[in-house]
Design a protein around this ligand. Sequence first.
Ligand code: IMP
Length: 191
Amino acid sequence: MELCFATNNQHKLDEVSQLLGDSFKVVSLEAIGCTEELPEEQDTLEGNSLQKAKYVSDKFNISCFADDTGLEVEALDGAPGVYSARYAGEQRSSEDNMNLLLEKLVNQTNRKARFRTVITLILDNQTYQFEGIANGEILESKRGEKGFGYDPLFLPEGMNKSMAELTSTEKNAISHRGEAVRKLVAFLKQH
Ligand code: IMP
C-alpha cells in the first residue's frame, strides 16, 4: 500500500519507513509533486498535523499522514512546544534553537522535558490521530552528532546517552515519533 508521509525531511522518512516495514511504501511530498510549503497555522500539535494531512489529501487525492512534534519543557510551561521549529526565529536553525533553550534554562534545576508527536492519518476520507511521548531531561550541553533538531540536548529517561548518541534503531525504539508510528502501523495492519 502506498501512503504519502507529508514531509521532505529525509531523517523522518528513513525513521518511518524502517518502522512501517515492507507492507507499506512511504512516499515523500516531493515524490507526489508537492513542492509548496504546507500550512501549519494552528496553535496545537493536533491542529497542525491535521491541517498538513488535510492539505495533501484534498489537493493530491492520496491517503496520507502528517506529523507534528514539539519539545515540551516543564520549567518553561511546555515551551517551545508547537513552536519548537522556530523557537529562535524564522530561520529555523537547530543550533540557534538549542542555544536559546540552554539560555532559558541557565540555573534551572528542573530539566524535565518531553517530546510529543501527534500523527494525523487521512484514509478513505476518515481522520485518525495517534500520539507518542518520550520523557527525559535537557542536558547542560550538547552531546552527539546523530539525529536532528534538539536531539543533542535530550537525555531520554533511564538512558545515559543523549538522543543524538543513539543509532536510528535505538532512537526509534524509544522515541515519541516511534511510539506514534507504531500506533499508526498497528492501526493500518488491522484496517
Ligand atoms: P516537526 O513538527 O516534526 O517538524 O518538529 C518541529 C521541531 O521539533 C523540529 O524542527 C525539531 O526542532 C523538533 N523535533 C521534532 N522531532 C524531533 C526529534 O526527533 N528530535 C529532536 N528534535 C525534534
